[in-house]
Write a protein that binds this ligand. Structure first.
Ligand code: ADP
Length: 449
């Protein structure tokens, strides 16, 4: 097993990875920007290296500095977390070229699945249902018109290299198709340096349901159940739950089979997530994330598996320590993403934390690097904490979550805790009846009220 791992990330996920390493007896190296000198993951790590100034481009995305930090400290492996360099195939390749293990899939898999057009083609080849759309990237506008006529309006234009909901545009009819394609191309070019886009049927009221998988080098593939991530704003997840309140046992089993077969046929290793839209009893693949995800703790809660520990074991060449039939799913888990934002306008709210009192008790987990006196820097993502609650039933989970949200105190910055408290009182949420459009409609109603 590795003796030392470098964690190429920041915030709660850096801490999460540190915790797994610690439990496994592995030393940790934290890397940080000048803005993160006082961050919790830097305090807790065995060693730390400053890799550049505050802007991510010069620090958390600075490949030469990160690889140098690993060489200097003698780290044998790098865990990329999520975001930043986690889905950068070139980074994975450079890391391995320096004799360091990249804790994740092969650079080839990152590259193929990172190109959403190639990913969809790979999934079609593996027999996975996908959202109807263009065969590959859009070449000429005339082809796009034909495709749109075939699949029917509205259509969604998506960036092949997209992520975080950027480079996505809806065309309601043929008159605006060319214009929306050009807008999407421009946004894609500016954000991802690649202007290729593709078309998809715009599903009216789907749910976002994804499958967590883990796979080893020997071809063993196990899924850790699905997550329902339909509560979204601007195509960004706000709250996730496992299992999905929308699926019955038969659908759940079908999803697991589709997903595991696809991963097996790809020859993929390490942790990954297959994302689907689900409408009228059908699953449609939309994309694969070749990394650990923000919402992984809800799957850990219901499966009892430490996903980061498994990632490290797999990267070390060990086979999975369990089979599908060993996974004994238990109970229900919900994660609330807590952002330093105004809960009504969602304007980012960096600043100094005055009081910090996380909730506790049975079934309550808080992943966060916060402490009183810590300053949330303005340079990065606004997520500052994740509250994950587990209960024997969805109802118990909701009662516990309501109680935990009441206890949670963060002062000095505005947070989205009040939004989550409000959600707990909404009948649609309580009944599990919501789709990917629900939260935006709710927020709009609140703004109008
Ligand atoms: P990104 O990588 O930018 O997050 P995804 O492909 O994962 O993009 O889609 C993000 C979200 O956008 C989905 O969770 C869903 O809410 C919405 N979405 C994506 N594809 C479609 C579609 N074909 N129809 C309707 N909504 C979609």
């Amino acid at each position: 097993m590795f003796d030392k791992i470098l964690i190429a990330n920041r915030g709660e996920i850096a801490l999460r990875i540190h915790r797994a390493c610690r439990e496994m007896g592995i030393h940790t190296v934290a890397v940080h920007s000048t803005a993160d000198e006082n961050a919790m993951q830097v305090r807790l790590a065995d060693e730390s290296v400053c890799i550049g100034p505050a802007p991510s481009a010069e620090s958390y995305l600075n490949i030469p500095n990160i690889v140098s930090a690993a060489m200097i400290t003698g780290a044998e492996a790098i865990h990329p977390g999520y975001g930043f360099l986690s889905e950068n195939a070139y980074f994975a390749e450079i890391v391995e070229a320096h004799g360091i293990v990249f804790i994740g899939p092969s650079p080839q898999h990152i590259e193929t699945m990172g190109d959403k057009v190639a990913a969809k083609e790979a999934m079609i080849a593996a027999g996975v249902p996908v959202v109807p759309g263009s065969d590959g990237a859009v070449a000429a506008i005339d082809d796009a018109r034909q495709t749109a006529d075939r699949i029917g309006y509205p259509v969604l234009i998506k960036a092949a290299s997209g992520g975080g909901g950027k480079g996505m545009k809806v065309a309601d009819n043929a008159d605006v198709l060319a214009e929306q394609i050009n807008l999407a191309r421009r946004e894609a070019k500016a954000n991802f340096g690649d202007d290729s886009v593709y078309l998809e049927k715009y599903l009216a009221n789907p749910r976002h349901i994804e499958l967590q998988i883990v796979a080893d080098d020997e071809g063993n593939v196990v899924h850790l159940g699905e997550r329902d991530c339909s509560l979204q704003r601007n195509h960004q997840k706000v709250l996730e739950e496992a299992p999905s309140p929308a699926l019955n046992a038969g659908e759940r089993q079908r999803l697991g089979e589709i997903g595991c077969n696809a991963i097996r046929s790809l020859g993929y290793r390490n942790a990954g997530t297959l994302e689907f839209l689900y409408e009228n009893g059908e699953f449609y693949f939309i994309e694969m994330n070749t990394r650990l995800q923000v919402e992984h703790p809800v799957s850990e809660a219901i499966s009892g598996i430490d996903i980061v520990r498994e990632q490290i074991r797999i990267a070390d060449g060990a086979p999975l320590s369990f089979k599908q039939e060993d996974i004994d799913f238990y109970g229900h888990a919900i994660e609330c993403r807590i952002n330093a934002e105004d809960p009504a306008t969602f304007a980012p709210w960096p600043g100094r934390i005055v009081e910090y009192h996380p909730p506790g008790g049975l079934g309550v987990r808080v992943d966060s690097g916060l402490y009183a006196g810590y300053s949330v820097p303005p340079h990065y993502d606004s997520m500052i904490a994740k509250l994950i609650v587990h209960g024997a039933t969805r109802n118990e989970c909701l009662m516990r979550l309501r109680r935990a949200l009441e206890e949670f105190v963060i002062t000095g910055v505005r947070t989205t805790i009040p939004l989550h408290r409000q959600l707990m009182a909404q009948d649609d949420f309580i009944n599990g009846e919501y789709d990917i459009r629900w939260l935006e409609a709710y927020v709009a109603r609140q703004a109008g009220a």
